[in-house]
Design a protein around this ligand. Structure first.
Ligand SMILES: [Zn+2]
Length: 118
């Protein structure tokens, strides 16, 4: 079990997430994602999505119990979690970026660029 690992950096989890029910108090919450449609051009957004896809191809996957729903539109939004080199993010993170233009966590973005930009 690594859910409360203080050496991991959690990205894209919401404070009221359903995960809290079964991993009480274990999460190290990052700041809530902020909807942002102005700071990235569509090219930059596309590039970030591409980097995230590459990360998800190599990342370790964990299926968690049940599914989360999107906090903004309510769709069923995945039931997996990805972990790669100390970063942890839910499979639904992609949806927030794609559909709601949520601003990516800066540290995570820098990591993705370093790891996957070629
Ligand atoms: Zn949504």
């Amino acid at each position: 079990m690594s859910y409360s690992d203080p050496n991991k950096y959690y990205v894209g989890f919401w404070k009221e997430s359903a995960h809290m029910g079964w991993i009480p108090g274990a999460r190290v919450w990052t700041e809530l994602p902020v909807a942002n449609t102005s700071s990235l051009s569509s090219d930059q957004q596309t590039q970030l999505i591409h980097l995230l896809k590459r990360a998800e191809q190599v990342a370790n996957r964990t299926e968690y119990f049940g599914f989360s729903t999107c906090r903004l539109c309510g769709i069923c939004n995945g039931g997996e979690e990805f972990e790669w080199k100390g970063f942890v993010w839910p499979s639904g993170y992609m949806h927030y970026l794609l559909e709601h233009h949520v601003q990516m966590d800066e540290r995570f973005e820098a990591f993705l660029r370093m790891e996957f930009s070629r």
